[in-house]
Ligand binder design. Structure first.
Ligand SMILES: Nc1ncnc2c1ncn2[C@@H]1O[C@H](COP(=O)(O)OP(=O)(O)OP(=O)(O)O)[C@@H](O)[C@H]1O
Length: 268
């Protein structure tokens, strides 16, 4: 069990709805419909995987749900707070690990996470204590005084995760949290997320790794071409198959590769 005193979300909230409720959410980029008026419920206390092929609309959806990208249509609620109509409260409840967003990488790891805590209204003392605890839990204590610009991709992912956790959110939204992370660190991160869910929090993550989603998630949604093709518990969605087989059935597309003969021959 990871000893992170800020992780257990307060019990007994008067929230009735799901952790995240999306209704008719849509986004267009020019002629391209990236997200096509989707409905999605993420149950409270679930470990929810959002999967889909490249370009399916996962990042666009998560960005709209977390207040980073304004939807063209529809609503996104976080624990009964509308992300766009009531952003202050919704964002207080959210911890976000965005994909590819610029961070202040000229700060040290400890400064960056402490700064994230200060921005979220923590006192300097509490922010520093939590940042130190988080960096230790994530195996970054030896690197905490190094500039983030000099971190590896996996270390950067971990320090961004620490920044997402420092204010003790109730709902964590993580875009590809395991990308570029080594297996030992991935196990540490999984442990922290599992503790967070056991304490009553909700985790939503996007991933391309079906095996991982099948192992760690309780619920899943399959997104393709901006539509939700299936959602429910992992067992409901995989319907007796492996999640990967079910994913290929749902998403379609050929796995046969045509052409590229030149790549298969060793002669010039
Ligand atoms: N800012 C943008 N401007 C124009 N098109 C965009 C923009 N952001 C995303 N798109 C397009 O919207 C579609 C959905 O993209 P999105 O990044 O949400 O997919 P994804 O499921 O996260 O993909 P991946 O798994 O490859 O990260 C893609 O066709 C993408 O090219």
């Amino acid at each position: 069990m990871t000893d992170l005193s800020m992780l257990p979300p307060p019990a007994g909230e008067a929230v009735r709805g799901p952790a995240i409720a999306v209704r008719g959410l849509g986004k267009r980029f020019g002629d391209l419909i990236a997200v096509n008026g989707i409905d999605l419920d993420v149950p409270r206390g679930s470990f929810f995987g959002l999967v889909g092929p490249n370009g399916a609309g996962k990042t666009t959806t998560l960005s709209m749900v977390t207040g980073l990208l304004r939807p063209d249509a529809g609503t996104a609620m976080v624990l009964d707070h509308d992300v766009w109509a009531d952003p202050v409260e919704a964002k207080r409840l959210l911890g976000i690990l965005p994909d590819g967003l610029r961070i202040f990488d000229r700060l040290t790891g400890l400064q960056l996470v402490t700064y994230a805590g200060l921005l979220r209204g923590l006192s300097r003392e509490v922010a520093t204590k939590r940042a130190t605890e988080l960096l230790r839990a994530l195996g970054l204590e030896d690197a905490q005084d190094k500039l983030v610009v000099d971190y590896s991709a996996g270390m950067t992912k971990k320090v961004t995760l620490a920044s997402a956790l420092v204010h003790g959110p109730r709902v964590l939204v993580l875009d590809e949290p395991f990308e570029a992370v080594d297996p030992v660190s991935a196990t540490t991160i999984r442990g922290i997320l599992a503790d967070f869910v056991s304490a009553g929090g909700t985790v939503v993550l996007s991933s391309h790794v079906m095996d991982l989603v099948e192992r760690i998630c309780s619920h899943v949604a399959v997104l393709a071409r901006g539509e939700v093709l299936a959602t429910g518990t992992v067992d409901e969605v995989r319907a007796g198959e492996s999640l990967e087989e079910r994913f290929v059935d749902l998403v379609g597309g050929s796995t046969e590769v045509e052409g590229l003969e030149w790549l298969r021959t060793s002669s010039d």
